[in-house]
Ligand binder design. Structure first.
Ligand code: GRF
Length: 200
C-alpha cells in the first residue's frame, strides 16, 4: 500500500512510520511527504530517506480553493492508497475530500470527541481529566469528527505540564499510528456506519 504523509511540524509521527515501513513485511511504504510550509522539519527526514517531498503553501495561491486543488493534485500524483495527516495543521477542502475521502486519516492528540482542535493536551489538562490520549480517525468535512479507527489512553499525572502530557501522548500516539496503519494496509478495512471493521 502506498502512503502519502502530510505534515506541518517536527514529524515525529512521520519518523515512526518511516522506521516501520523499512520492514517489507509492514505492508505499506511512504511514497511521498507533503507539507503546507517549507519549514516543516519533517521534510528533512523524508529527504534523508530519499522520499519525494512537496510543499503547498496556502499563501502561494490566490485562495483556499486554489490551494486545495494544488494540494489534491500534488498528493494525487503519487497515487496513494492512504493519505495520512500526521500533524498537518490545515483542514482539507472539498476537492481533496472528494478525491481522498474515506482513505484520508488523521491522528489527533486527544480522546475524541473531547478536545478537538489544535490544543488537545492543554485543554485536557485545563479541564482536569485524568485520562488523555490519542485518536486515529477517517477525516470528514468536520473538525476532528470523523469515524474513529483507534484510540489509546494515557494517564494525566498530578504534576503534568502541557509539555509532559503532550510528550506522553505522542509516545502512545506514534505506536498506535504505526500499529493501526500496518493493520489497515495488511488486513484491509471498511467503514460501517460509525465503525471501522478491520479485515477482509
Ligand atoms: C501530533 O501529536 C498530532 O496529534 C498533533 O500534532 C502532533 C504532530 O507531531 N496534531 P509530529 O509533527 O508528528 O511530531
Amino acid at each position: 500500500q502506498r502512503l502519502v504523509v502530510l505534515i506541518s511540524g517536527g514529524g515525529s509521527n512521520l519518523a515512526a512510520l518511516l522506521e516501520a515501513t523499512r520492514d517489507p513485511g509492514y505492508g505499506a511504504q511512504v511514497v511521498a511527504v507533503g507539507a503546507d510550509r517549507p519549514s516543516a522539519a519533517g521534510l528533512d527526514l523524508a529527504r534523508e530517506a530519499g522520499i519525494p517531498t512537496f510543499v503547498e503553501r496556502v499563501g502561494d495561491h490566490p485562495d483556499r480553493e486554489a490551494w486545495d486543488a494544488a494540494l489534491t493534485a500534488a498528493v494525487g500524483k503519487h497515487e496513494p492508497d492512504l493519505v495520512i495527516s500526521a500533524g498537518f495543521l490545515k483542514l482539507a477542502g472539498e476537492r481533496f475530500l472528494n478525491q481522498f475521502g474515506g482513505r484520508y486519516l488523521n491522528t489527533h492528540n486527544s480522546l475524541l470527541p473531547a478536545f478537538p482542535g489544535i490544543h488537545g493536551p492543554r485543554e485536557a489538562l485545563e479541564y482536569g481529566v485524568k485520562i488523555a490520549g490519542a485518536t486515529l480517525f477517517v477525516v470528514d468535512a468536520g473538525v476532528d469528527t470523523g469515524v474513529i479507527i483507534a484510540q489509546v489512553a494515557v494517564p494525566v499525572l498530578d504534576d503534568d505540564t502541557e509539555d509532559t502530557l503532550t510528550e506522553r501522548i505522542k509516545v502512545a500516539e506514534r505506536a498506535q499510528l504505526v500499529d493501526s496503519v500496518g493493520r489497515l494496509a495488511r488486513e484491509g478495512w471498511r467503514v460501517e456506519g460509525r465503525r471501522v471493521i478491520i479485515g477482509r
